[in-house]
Design a protein around this ligand. Structure first.
Ligand SMILES: Nc1ncnc2c1ncn2[C@@H]1O[C@H](COP(=O)(O)OP(=O)(O)OP(=O)(O)O)[C@@H](O)[C@H]1O
Ligand SMILES: [Mg+2]
Length: 367
């Protein structure tokens, strides 16, 4: 696991734990977040993302562990004295207040002079492109505009750390894509250390410097997006990041430079063994292979790594098609091909041969 970060730590979590009665919400998480880093917490619903953010913000008290910001232990510091900006899953704006007052709230709590408040609020309004909306009530804004107000309210206090808990989850697909770009820009302009929560892996891959994958309160892997995608640390991460085919448990065979998987009831796949495949001959492994590394065989194609099945479904996605193939001994396997021709050449129910590029597979020891 890669738990190191490139810059000096802006936030350090030391064995942070949260129990709710007998249930464990977050289990002993240790993590260093670099100055100016955009770090994403990614994981399924209930894995502890909001609980971890809540402890950093100070709304939740850890059962055990320590939270350090800029070298200072803030575990027992009250939330409003932590210099942490937060946008909640539900925005949590004041609906009866106008945009200006919502954004000014944190500064008024901090008892800043009125003139300074006006300057700071105007700066945040400009940064979030909300000019002209100052007097509008929040209840009269669109989802995207509310989102901007929530972000403006979080950055106006010039926080040391910005916490974002699924800030885009309520937005439709297009607006969400647009706000992702704006979040990136905001991060670039402010250089704010940001901890972003999502359960959308595409969003995590596109926005983050590093991603923390969580499951059941535990950190599964901490890595840069490309590293996470290419070398997932375990089956959970492999299955959670991007589309992937999980092959059944297979026997690993090694003869010189060649490695092979013997898949019971399905056949044999082989490849020139990549250097990091250091498994012992005869052990049981699981292979994970992305749909772009499985392709339909050309007509009449012969050779190793070709297995046969029957087309079960096509999922047309514009630039490409994901085709699901029912294969004996393997179950459903997905292949990803450019365009939509496959829908005509291999209709549902037709036989199809697939070529597996085993050398691209992620191999993990079967437990
Ligand atoms: N106040 C609470 N009392 C009891 N259990 C809680 C409480 N808050 C959270 N939990 C439990 O702790 C676990 C983690 O919850 P958390 O809200 O952190 O998940 P999450 O990763 O943010 O999920 P989501 O993606 O759905 O927002 C869940 O099992 C949840 O039921
Ligand atoms: Mg949550």
């Amino acid at each position: 696991m890669n738990a190191t970060s490139p810059a000096p730590a802006a936030v350090e979590l030391v064995r942070v734990r949260k129990e709710f009665g007998s249930a464990v919400g977050v289990a002993d998480v240790s993590l260093k977040i670099g100055q100016g880093e955009f770090l994403t917490l990614l994981g399924p619903s209930g894995c502890g993302k909001s609980t971890l953010l809540g402890m950093i913000a100070g709304f939740l008290t850890p059962t055990a562990g320590k939270i350090v910001v800029d070298g200072v232990d803030i575990t027992d510091v009250e939330p409003y004295r932590r210099d942490i900006g937060m946008v909640f899953q539900s925005y949590a704006l004041f609906p009866h207040m106008n945009v200006f007052d919502n954004i000014a709230f944190g500064l008024r709590m901090r008892k800043l002079p009125k003139a300074d408040i006006a300057v700071e609020v105007r700066r945040a309004i400009a940064m979030m492109k909300l000019e002209g909306f100052e007097e509008r009530r929040v209840s009269q804004l669109s989802g995207g505009q509310r989102q901007r107000v929530a972000l403006a309210r979080a950055i106006v206090i010039r926080p040391k750390v910005l916490l974002l808990d699924e800030p885009l989850s309520a937005l439709d697909k297009n607006l969400r894509a647009q706000m992702q770009v704006e979040l990136s820009e905001l991060h670039r302009k402010t250089g704010l250390t940001t901890i972003f929560v999502t359960h959308d892996q595409g969003e995590a891959l596109s926005l983050s410097d590093r991603i923390v994958v969580m499951n059941r309160g535990e950190v599964q892997q901490v890595a840069a997006p490309v590293e996470l995608y290419r070398t997932p640390a375990n089956g959970f991460v492999a299955s959670f990041i991007g589309e992937i085919n999980a092959l059944p448990v297979a026997r690993y065979e090694r003869a010189g430079a060649e490695a092979a998987l013997v898949l019971p009831g399905a056949g044999r796949l082989s490849a020139a063994a990549p250097a990091h495949w250091d498994f012992t001959h005869g052990v049981e492994v699981r292979a994970f292979l992305r749909p772009e590394h499985v392709r339909p065989a050309r007509p009449g194609e012969q050779g190793p790594n070709i297995l046969r099945g029957v087309v079960a479904a096509h999922i047309y996605q514009g630039s490409h098609t994901i085709t699901r193939v029912e294969m004996e001994g393997l179950g459903l396997i997905e292949t990803r091909v450019t365009g939509a021709d496959i829908v005509g050449t291999h209709p549902v129910g037709a036989p199809i041969a697939l070529v597996f590029d085993l050398g691209e597979a992620v191999l993990l020891a079967a437990r």
